[in-house]
Design a protein around this ligand. Structure first.
Ligand code: PBG
Length: 343
């Protein structure tokens, strides 16, 4: 009450009358009570760390639009995997930057048992057997056009691509991959990969389906990281989902589960929390989100400008995934977050 407070006209209720005596702020009054009623928590067990690998030795190439992220030669990738294991991060996901001379129209180098992905997997598995290794059985790092499939007369051909992806998955499993995570959105890839893995004795290798991967503007920095940015012509709308569609995302997830997916992934992350919640409610299976390169870049850039508190924004964004129903998150922030959670 001060001298400007107007007199109350008749009919204005006081707050207890308005709320019926309910005071929702009560549990927020102190740190201890806020902790007591906190519904969602983020732990190191929620983190999957995507890393970029390349040929060479002792190399850590910075990626311009992803400050703090590097393309790593295998020896460096092994070091980072060791660090991840020490931090308690359960799994890493590897993505290759393939030499340009090895890329062709069909992405055939994905079928080389000694390609950089398989080499990295073998080296990491040997040095750090306790960490989970997730590999992406998609063609885009291997094609001269940057698409996730075999290109014939301007069309990404589905069935031929699926056959190749399934064969690549077997090689990745043979190299030691624990989870195959195909990111290409071809029809039938999950069932084909499951068949191929089982037929080759890899019954225990799991499949994390990029079930709902949207044609998104947020993949930009990643394409720079794996060197497809300059190669890619056109867009990926004939295979990735229209970002306007949620029901279609449900159908994709349902199909992939029917074909044998063990886990689902939604990608990108933060703009698609509604999809995560719907998948979790609908299917109640292990559900993951990929906080993609563009999301990483936005937080890093704003934090570098001093426009947001980076650490707090990172933790808030990751907790949002948990609240939306995620069991875990692929995030380039993983080691930084693991450090923060320890402190
Ligand atoms: C393609 C693939 C993409 C990402 C991982 N694998 C998308 C694309 O290049 O179209 C994106 C990851 C990121 O942005 O962090 N199979």
């Amino acid at each position: 009450m001060n001298k400007f407070t107007p007199a109350k006209p008749a009919g204005i209720r006081d707050v207890d009358q308005i709320t019926g005596g309910r005071r929702l702020r009560r549990m927020r009054k102190a740190d201890w009570s806020r902790r007591l009623v906190q519904e969602t928590r983020l732990t190191v067990d929620d983190l999957i760390w995507p890393i970029f690998v390349m040929e060479g030795k002792d190399l850590r190439q910075p990626i311009e639009a992803m400050p703090g992220v590097f393309r790593l030669s295998v020896d460096q990738a092994v070091k980072e995997a060791e660090r991840a294991a020490r931090l308690g991060i359960p799994a890493i996901a590897t993505f290759p930057n393939v030499e340009l001379s090895l890329r062709d129209e069909d992405g055939s180098h994905i079928l080389d048992p000694d390609n950089i992905i398989n080499k990295a997997t073998r080296a990491i598995k040997e040095a750090v057997p306790e960490i989970g290794i997730i590999t992406d059985a998609a063609l885009d790092p291997f094609t001269s056009h940057g698409h996730d499939g075999i290109l014939r007369d301007g069309i990404i051909v589905n069935d031929e691509t699926v056959e190749q992806v399934a064969a690549a998955a077997v090689l990745q499993a043979a190299a030691g991959a624990d989870i195959i995570a195909p990111s290409d959105m071809m029809d039938g890839r999950i069932g084909a990969i499951r068949d191929a893995l089982d037929a080759n004795g890899f019954q225990d290798v799991a499949i994390m389906s990029y079930a709902t991967k949207f044609a998104s503007a947020f993949y930009g920095p990643y394409r720079d990281a794996i060197g497809t940015a300059g190669l890619l012509k056109g867009d990926k709308k004939t295979y990735y989902l229209d970002h306007a569609n949620a029901d279609e995302a449900i159908r994709e997830a349902e199909q992939d589960l029917a074909e044998g997916a063990d886990m689902l992934m939604v990608k990108p992350g933060l703009p698609y929390l509604d999809i995560i919640r719907r998948l979790k409610d609908e299917f109640a299976v292990p559900t993951f989100a990929y906080q993609v390169s563009g999301e990483y870049a936005m937080i890093r850039a704003a934090a570098a400008k001093g426009w947001i508190d980076g650490d707090k924004a990172i933790l808030e964004s990751l907790l949002a995934f948990k609240r939306a129903g995620c069991d875990g998150i692929l995030t380039y922030f993983a080691p930084q977050v693991a450090e923060m959670l320890k402190a």
